[in-house]
Ligand binder design. Structure first.
Ligand SMILES: [Zn+2]
Length: 157
């Protein structure tokens, strides 16, 4: 199941729940989040909360990342759990300013809600911009021009 008609589901029930097993290639992730060869497992539960929906999503899986320091590729295990408020895109800027405790994800099409896109968003948000491997030999590489990247790196941080 790739997408769900939320309007239809909640005419008859109060809760929607599904488990998805997704291959890396099905998620269309950015190129720097690489395929570990293993599938992701996602569990999504959605409740109706007034005019909005509330979703609990958990994702388990592995990705390959390039270490920001030593540039080697390492495996990162993902084990995410997030509760989100699902809302239609705000019609005015003002609406957009009403922020509460929950993270918000916007729904493009209530009758064709893309579950895979929801999983993709959560995976991308969970990956830090600065990715450091846990290898003991993790060090800045020495560049071929002869100067140490470490000094540049330390200046920049
Ligand atoms: Zn490293």
């Amino acid at each position: 199941m790739r997408s769900v008609n939320l309007k239809k589901v909640f005419e008859k029930s109060r809760k929607f729940s599904t488990t998805l097993t997704l291959k890396h290639s099905e998620l269309d992730l950015p190129n720097d989040i690489m395929d570990s060869g293993e599938s992701f497992s996602a569990q999504i539960t959605i409740y109706k909360k007034g005019a909005f929906y509330e979703a609990t999503i958990s994702v388990i899986g592995k990705v390959l990342l390039e270490c920001s320091r030593c540039l080697s590729v390492f495996k990162k295990e993902l084990d995410l759990k997030e509760t989100l408020s699902l809302r239609p895109y705000p019609k005015t800027y003002r609406e957009n300013l009403k922020i509460d405790d929950l993270a918000v994800s916007f729904i493009e099409d209530e009758e064709n809600f893309d579950l895979i896109n929801l999983v993709r968003e959560q995976i991308i948000l969970s990956i830090p911009t600065r990715r450091i491997c846990s290898s003991e030999s993790c060090q800045l590489p020495i560049s071929s021009e002869g100067f140490s990247l470490r000094s540049l790196y330390e200046k920049a941080n």
